[in-house]
Design a protein around this ligand. Structure first.
Ligand SMILES: NC(=O)C1=CN([C@@H]2O[C@H](COP(=O)(O)OP(=O)(O)OC[C@H]3O[C@@H](n4cnc5c(N)ncnc54)[C@H](OP(=O)(O)O)[C@@H]3O)[C@@H](O)[C@H]2O)C=CC1
Ligand SMILES: O=C1OC[C@@H](O)[C@H](O)[C@H]1O
Length: 392
């Protein structure tokens, strides 16, 4: 039952780029419009590493018009100042992924709980290290894999666990960005190796999220085993050398009472192809012995499902999942992070640390197979390391 008085959760925003704007707008939508009665989100701090003026602009354009005027929002021209602000409960980090490790360390070592954009780090070793620090300091820490918190994803995980499509056999996912790399400035984060650019870390991680949330997360945590036998192929963008297309197949062990003891996860990601199929067809297919669940819409921001039973005479059905109040869909992960923080939990069960690490280990292995190498300073676990890769 919802408490009589909602708890106010105070956010600090580290970075003022594109996704920070989208996240902040979602955060400040009335939570009641999505049935959230127990929390109110406010933004009490914004920091930009470019300038205090940029943080101030963000506050004026995005924050102030959307929250009560009596809530003070401090602005800073450095991330170091933000993490020392006592009026902040949770820090949302949305710098480029190359900077996540250093920025998360900064927040955690200053005693702040963290919600960090995907991918949590550049390497699995960095992710391990961050979770270790969060545990040592008893601080909440979560990778912001927003797709997992969509009611659509929750419904699918439940359907799998309820046996609606029977034992899992194969999951196929396609997620792409629909970008023409030739039309981008070469310093853009998609093409910039100093910013851990490339399709795999940017959007490929969503395809892995789908494989893990269906073929791994739905299994008994006591007995499930990490996937194995990964084969992948990577294609590169000529002038930047960043990865532009990855396809992979890997094997997931299934529970011992399944008819088939293993299932295949197949994922593909591309910079240039559209993020959803042009004819609006499915982007994710989850195949079980009794039927298939199709997911329609971009795999990172899915919109509807179709469930197709194998049995003749059993009707297929469709279900649309609208995102309420004109939101983008990022408020559900914010609600989940806030609830964990209020409950003094360090980890969110919907995206547990071990799964973020397994995704990063999978990325490591694909990178090893294709020899994708980033500059040492963004792969290191040393802290603090000064990173400066802004275009001159
Ligand atoms: N969940 C989702 O749907 C999405 C997630 N993302 C993730 O969010 C992160 C940011 O993406 P996005 O907002 O699109 O990127 P942007 O380039 O638009 O913004 C990144 C921000 O990071 C800050 N920054 C700090 N250091 C640097 C640097 N050296 N070079 C450039 N920017 C720097 C800047 O803010 P400032 O100057 O204020 O410090 C910049 O505006 C990525 O990790 C990406 O994977 C991205 C898009 C969608
Ligand atoms: O997380 C993301 O989702 C949407 C994409 O367009 C973006 O590049 C990526 O970072």
């Amino acid at each position: 039952m919802a408490p009589a008085t909602p708890k106010v959760v105070r956010w600090g925003l580290m970075a003022t780029g594109d996704i920070a704007r989208t996240f902040a707008k979602d955060l400040l939508i009335d939570p009641k419009s999505r049935g959230t009665e127990d929390i109110i989100h406010v933004v009490t701090g914004v920091a930009s590493s470019s300038s205090a003026a940029s943080a101030e602009r963000f506050k004026e354009e995005i924050v102030q018009p959307r929250q009560p005027s009596e809530i003070a929002c401090n602005t800073y021209g450095s991330y170091e100042e933000l993490v020392q602000d006592p009026s902040i409960d949770l820090v949302y980090i949305s710098s480029p992924h190359s900077h996540h490790y250093q920025n998360c360390m900064l927040a955690l070592s200053n005693g702040k709980a963290v919600l960090c954009e995907k991918p949590v780090t550049v390497t699995s070793v960095q992710a391990h290290k961050l979770y270790e620090v969060a545990r040592e300091k008893s601080l909440f820490f979560m990778e912001a894999v927003w797709t997992r918190f969509f009611p659509l994803s929750i419904t699918i995980r439940q359907m799998i666990q309820d046996g609606v499509i029977g034992d899992l056999v194969r999951v196929y996912v396609n997620n792409s960005t629909g970008t023409d790399p030739e039309a981008l400035d070469p310093s853009h984060r998609y093409l910039n190796k100093s910013l851990a650019g490339g399709a795999l870390l940017d959007i490929g991680v969503y395809t892995l999220t789908w494989l893990f949330q269906t073929l791994y997360h739905t299994q008994n945590p006591e007995t499930r085993r990490p996937p194995h036998s990964l084969s992948s192929l990577v294609e590169f963008h000529e002038s930047s050398g960043t990865d532009q297309m990855t396809s992979l197949v890997m094997r997931f062990d299934m529970p011992s009472n399944s008819r088939l003891k293993t299932a295949h996860g197949i994922a593909t990601t591309s910079m240039v192809l559209p993020d959803a199929t042009a004819d609006g067809g499915p982007t994710v297919h989850i195949y079980g012995l009794k039927g298939e669940i199709q997911v329609w819409g971009p795999a990172h921001r899915p919109q509807s499902i179709k469930v197709i039973p194998n049995m003749i005479g059993k009707e297929a059905f469709e279900r649309k999942f609208d995102i309420p109040a004109g939101g983008h869909g990022m408020f559900w992960e914010a609600d989940a992070a806030a609830r964990c923080w209020i409950a003094e939990e360090v980890e969110c069960r919907t995206i547990p640390w071990d799964e973020s690490i397994l995704v990063m280990e999978t990325v490591d292995e694909i990178r090893r197979q294709a020899n994708i190498v980033y500059p040492t300073e963004i792969e290191t676990t040393d802290y603090p390391v000064k990173l400066d890769s802004r275009p001159k």
